[in-house]
Design a protein around this ligand. Structure first.
Ligand code: SAH
Length: 219
């Protein structure tokens, strides 16, 4: 079987995954539709494809993981994506989360710290014919060249909220970032109310790979 083939079996498993996410409390229909549309198994190593529709994180190489579907759905819902939103993602990884945002109609800019993953995912997305602006480097300083952003999503666990990310948000913009220790984090949603005022909400119970770099964890 070709890796980039979307069979009825895959489509059926994807529908069941969406039903599972709904049961776990995901209500954003646009997000659920995007998850139902995007073949998650395309983003997996061939050996792991049979696991692609389990609600779990899986290895994507270089010690990194593709986030659990529930987590992708939760973060995407918190972002309140509107078509045309300019969104910065820190932690491209497999490119799955970035493609979900693209399917929601966003203009996606994504930055990845691991050169091998950046190279692999750049080539892969080109093959899929999905156009995103991908950067290689430390995303804890954001990507100032394209700022300001309507939304920013961080897909690795941070020790603190980097100031640069709040600076690069538009007024009214939303930053979603897991913050905590190296093994577990709370999802933090920050809404930039004005140049000096932010509103912060927290949701417990997440576990990401560590955010590295200047404002992240040491290697
Ligand atoms: N969004 C990804 C999840 C990948 S896991 C997906 O859908 O597959 C988190 C990713 O963040 C890893 O690929 C890791 O290399 C990357 N990362 C860690 N620290 C980073 C940093 N400072 N800047 C950019 N990417 C970073």
């Amino acid at each position: 079987m070709l890796k980039l083939e979307d069979t009825y079996l895959h489509k059926g498993k994807r529908k069941a995954l969406v039903a599972e996410l709904r049961k776990k409390g995901i209500q954003n229909e646009a997000v659920l539709t995007a998850i139902n549309t995007l073949p998650r198994h395309f983003f997996f190593d061939t050996a792991l494809i049979s696991h692609a529709y389990e609600d779990k994180a899986f290895p994507i190489g270089e010690g990194q993981t593709i986030s659990q579907p529930y987590t992708v759905a939760f973060q995407s819902s918190l972002l309140e994506v509107a078509p045309g939103n300019k969104i910065l993602e820190i932690g491209t990884g497999s490119g799955y989360q970035a493609c979900i945002l693209h399917l929601l109609g966003a203009e996606v800019i994504s930055i990845e710290y691991q050169k091998k993953l950046f190279d692999h995912t750049s080539r892969f997305l080109q093959r899929l014919g999905i156009q995103l602006q991908l950067f290689y480097g430390d995303g804890t300083g954001g990507v100032p060249a394209h700022a300001p952003y309507d939304k920013i999503i961080v897909t690795a666990g941070a020790p603190v909220v980097p100031d640069a990310l709040i600076k690069q948000l538009k007024i009214g913009g939303i930053l979603v970032i897991p913050v905590g220790d190296r093994s577990k984090q709370a999802m933090v949603k920050i809404t930039k109310k004005s140049a000096t005022e932010i509103q912060r909400e927290e949701f417990e119970g997440f576990a990401f790979v560590p955010l590295l770099g200047k404002e992240g964890w040491n290697h």
